[in-house]
Design a protein around this ligand. Sequence first.
Ligand code: ARG
Length: 577
Amino acid sequence: MLTLKKNTARLIADAVAGGFGEDLLSAEEIFSMLEYPPDKTMGDIALPCFRLSKSLRRSPVQIAETLAAAIKCEEFSSITAVNGYLNFKIDGTAFARRVASEVLSLGDKYGSPMNGEGKTVVLDYSSPNVAKPFHIGHLGTTVIGHSLKLLHEFAGYRCVGINYLGDWGTQFGKLIVAYKMWGDKETIEQGGVDELVKLYVKINNAIKDEEESTEDKKSPLADASRLEFKKLEEGNEENLALWRWFVRVSLEEYQKTYELLGIEFDSYKGESFYTDKMPAQVQLLRDKGLLEIDDGASIVNLEKWNMPVCLILKRDGSTLYPTRDIAAAVYRKNEYNFDKAIYVTAAQQSLHFAQWFKVVELMGYDWHDQLVHVPYGTVSINGAKLATRTGNVILLKDLFAEAIARVKEIAREKHSDEAELQQIAEKVGVGAIVFYYLSNNRMRDINFMMEDALSFDGNTGPYAQYTYARTCSVLEKVGREGVMTDAPLNDLEVELAKTLSLFPERVSAALADSEPSVVTRYILDLCASFNRFYHDCSIANCEDEKLKDSRIALTAATNQILRTALHLICMQSPDKI
Ligand code: ARG
């Protein structure tokens, strides 16, 4: 109803100018005061006039009455003043005609705020750590990140999706030591990341045992690991070759998960890429007098901003996570000249981002305010908490495989063709998980319940896809798209049109708050409106031809928006389930 809300604000602004004087209130100001009353008997749009009292120096009751008398518009069946509220009731048929026609003429552009033209956003998301498990904790960054990319693309931005692989760091020293002691080439080629993780877990446990068995907590294996990593950093060929191999094996496996989700990255420049780009930034920090030595380490003091120090160089001169992020941001600014750089990570990293964003500001980079951190809450599964270091984790690929297998069981009776069954099961199984995850506000901690995610009758992905497939089958049956006619519409039809018209503002809200769940919840609203309409109003068998045309058009508009909306939250929309 965004267009209607905007038009209404303009009408009111004109009436205010006419009745009270020019330049007292702009249409934008009025727009922000308009509400959708929860109780629809009051009206479809309302203006609480007490908000205008101060600017107009009149009582809310007086204002409401003056405006009610002054405004005329055919899309409203009534405009009334009630207790200081100005209530607008929509003329359903006229309104629905305009909305559905607009959806059908704009097609897959309907809902786009079109405000990204000429602007670039880079999105840093997913970014797993090589040779560590790609687990359910990464679901958030992967699907929130990708959905934000799709939302920005939809708004017309040029988008660069970056997988900032954790492909550098002391874990590689450990892995090299573990591989040389226990590893086997063939096993790793076959088993992929799982085998690397096993080695990684094994050496971590061994290091822990060593530390616990001596008084001074010394571990020769930890020392050896540090040494191997140092050799790697110094360009030792043997270690470099192993490292490249570990990265390749891991990436090949992540790709399979990305493929299931329909995700492609524009860049895989990981942490290692920035090794030679850090010294210049460290030098700049030094030149600006920002570096302090603290117990041998180089830090930036952030006390004034109530944050702990930001570590730039360790005592032995090696760089850290923030150092690399600073270098990467500078590189990306030069490379892509972004207007916005979004980082999607677990909320545990919020302090890290706040710290290095501040450091970038102190360094004098005027684009520091274009850096945006988008955090999200934790995930547990069926009540079980996740442990990372011990290997006791739920891998993303296993989560998806499980969902796909379960959907296959349910859908088997309807699909005799095995290849078709597999395809449907992938779209529905993966979609179910994505939908379930993206139903919640991103900051909420969620407990993942597989049964709930896969159910066809709750507010789930399968239910949304099923509703979409239903619109497809109706349209296939009638064999045409329909047009909105002047046949009078009933409440359910008008209600559906209202829900259709909410899509643009939901998209804008999702973008403004970096919150894909707004789109997910909108999909559920639209499915509910459509299903109510579908159960009560016959479409293919409607005898009144004009009404039938309008109903088909409403179905086609629902079909269009559901497809767009599902796409925006990284979901497929199969025609049949
Ligand atoms: N690899 C990191 C992790 O798994 C996430 C990287 C996030 N991006 C960034 N630019 N720091 O925790």
